[in-house]
Design a protein around this ligand. Structure first.
Ligand code: IZC
Ligand code: ZN
Length: 418
C-alpha cells in the first residue's frame, strides 16, 4: 500500500463537502492546529489534530507550515500558439479589448498562430505553462479550446488537452469553446458558423469525449444572447455541461441567460446586473470570477460581495490567456480577490479550492482534504491562512503533493554559518 503521512502541520485549512459553498457557508472551513494528513493509494485516508497515527510509509514533516487542498484554476485558455505582447502598446494608447478584436487582432491573432502550430508544438508550450501553475500550487485546471474555430483545428486543440492529461501531474478538465468568436472566414455569414457549431462541431466533440463543457463568449460584437442560447442548447442536447463568458466587458444579460439555463458556471460577471445576480442565485449557478482580468484590462472588479450576499457560490480562476490576462498565478488572483473583492481569507480559499472544483465538475473528488478525496495538497511557506493572502504576488509554495506524491519541492538556500 502506497502510504504518505504529512505531520507537524502548523495549520490545516480545508472546506468540507462535495458541492459548492454559497453565502455564509463559503467561509465555513475546517481549521486544525498541530495537524496531520494520512494519504493512502493517492487518496486522503484521514486528517486530524494532535498525535499522528504510527504508520509505515513516507513521512513528510511540514515543519509547522500551513496545509490546504491543492488549488483549482477554474478558468483558463491554456492551449494556444503565439502571444500578444504587441497589443499592450495599443491598449496603452486607448484601444479597448473589443476594438482590437473588431480590427482583426485579439482572439483572431491567436487563432492564426494556433492554426499555424503543430499539435506537438502546442503540447510543449502548454506543458511549460502547466509546470508554472503546478509550481504555484495548482493541482486541477480547466482548459478551453476556442483558438481553432473550425472542426479540424478545434479538435486539434482538444486533442492537445487530452495528451497533456497523460504527460504531467495537473488534472485537466476540457471545455469546448468553438464559440469564442466568429472566425474571419464566416464574418459575412454568422448563421453558417452557428450551424457548423451546432450541427457538426458540438456533436463530434461530445461523441469523441473530447470535452465535458461547452462555453460561449456572449458579448457585444461577439455572440448575441440568441446565438449563445442556440449553441448552449445544442451542447446540453449533446450531453455537455454549459458555461457562459457572461457580462465580461458590457452588460448583455449573460448572467440572466446562465441562470435561466442552469449553467454550471458563469464567468467574469464584471458588468452583471442585480437581476443577473438574482438569476445566478435562482439557477444555482457558480460565479467564476477572474479578478486578474479586471486588473489587466483596467476594468471594474466584479461584485463578489453582492454575489455572496445573494447566496451565489463564488469560484476563482486565473483566466490565463495570451490577450486579456497572461497570468498563471492563482495566488495573485487570491490576493486580488482579497483586496479588490473584499473577500475574507476563508471565502478566498473556498473559492480557489472547493468552489472552483465544483465549477469544473470535480467537487466529488477534489477541492477539499477529506477521506476518499484525491490526495492533492499544498504545504505553504506560511504559518496560517491569513498569511497566505496577505503576502502579495509571490510564490509561497513549499511543496505540492498530487495524488499522494510529492511533485514540487521549493529550492531553499542553505544557511552556512560563517
Ligand atoms: O484570447 O482574448 N475574453 N476570451 C474572452 C478571451 C478573453 C481570451 C482571449
Ligand atoms: Zn475566458
Amino acid at each position: 500500500m502506497r502510504r504518505t503521512l504529512v505531520f507537524n502541520i502548523g495549520e490545516l485549512v480545508t472546506p468540507r463537502g462535495q458541492r459548492a459553498l454559497g453565502g455564509a457557508a463559503q467561509a465555513e472551513l475546517v481549521r486544525l492546529r498541530g495537524a496531520y494528513v494520512l494519504m493512502e493509494e493517492g487518496r486522503v485516508a484521514a486528517i486530524g489534530e494532535g498525535d499522528p497515527p504510527v504508520v509505515d510509509g513516507e513521512l513528510v514533516d511540514a515543519e509547522g507550515r500551513l496545509v490546504t487542498p491543492g488549488l483549482v484554476d477554474a478558468h483558463t485558455h491554456l492551449v494556444f500558439g503565439g502571444w500578444r505582447q504587441q497589443e499592450l502598446k495599443l491598449k496603452l494608447q486607448g484601444c479597448s479589448y473589443l476594438d482590437i478584436l473588431a480590427a482583426g487582432g485579439g482572439i483572431h491573432s491567436t487563432v492564426r498562430a494556433t492554426r499555424a502550430a503543430t499539435e506537438d508544438e502546442l503540447v510543449v508550450k502548454a506543458l511549460d505553462i502547466l509546470g508554472d501553475m503546478l509550481a504555484m500550487g495548482v493541482t486541477t485546471c480547466e482548459a478551453k479550446s476556442g483558438y481553432g474555430l473550425n472542426p479540424e483545428e478545434e479538435l486539434k486543440q482538444l486533442r492537445v488537452v487530452r495528451r497533456l492529461k497523460g504527460l504531467q501531474p495537473v488534472s485537466l478538465v476540457s471545455t469546448f469553446m468553438g464559440a469564442h468568436t466568429v472566425p474571419e472566414e464566416y464574418k459575412e455569414d454568422r448563421k453558417a458558423y452557428i450551424d457548423l457549431l451546432v450541427r457538426t462541431m458540438i456533436p463530434q466533440v461530445a461523441r469523441e469525449g473530447l470535452a465535458e463543457y461547452c462555453d460561449v463568449f456572449m458579448e457585444t460584437g461577439v455572440f448575441t444572447a440568441e446565438e449563445t442560447r442556440t449553441v448552449l442548447l445544442a451542447a446540453v442536447e449533446a450531453g455537455l455541461g454549459v458555461k457562459v463568458h457572461a457580462d465580461e466587458m458590457e452588460h448583455t444579460g449573460g448572467a440572466e441567460l446562465a441562470g435561466a439555463l442552469g449553467a454550471q458556471s458563469a464567468e467574469h460577471l464584471i458588468a452583471a446586473s442585480d437581476e443577473g445576480i438574482r438569476a445566478l442565485s435562482e439557477g444555482g449557478v457558480i460565479a467564476c470570477l477572474l479578478p486578474a482580468t479586471s486588473l489587466y484590462l483596467g476594468r471594474p472588479f466584479a461584485r463578489a460581495r453582492d454575489m455572496i450576499a445573494s447566496g451565489v457560490p463564488v469560484a476563482l480562476g486565473s483566466d490565463f490567456n495570451p490577450g486579456s490576462c497572461p497570468c498563471t498565478s492563482l495566488q495573485f488572483v487570491m490576493n486580488l480577490a482579497t483586496l479588490k473583492y473584499r473577500m475574507t481569507p476563508e471565502e478566498v480559499l473556498s473559492a480557489a479550492t472547493l468552489n472552483a472544483a465544483a465549477a469544473v465538475g470535480r467537487a466529488g473528488t477534489a477541492g477539499t482534504l477529506e477521506p476518499g478525496k484525491a490526495a492533492d495538497l499544498v504545504i505553504w511557506n506560511a504559518p496560517d491562512l491569513e498569511y497566505l493572502v496577505y503576502r502579495l504576488a509571490g510564490n509561497l509554495v513549499d511543496r505540492v503533493i498530487k495524488g499522494g506524491q510529492m511533485v514540487v519541492c521549493r529550492q531553499r538556500l542553505p544557511f552556512v554559518k560563517t
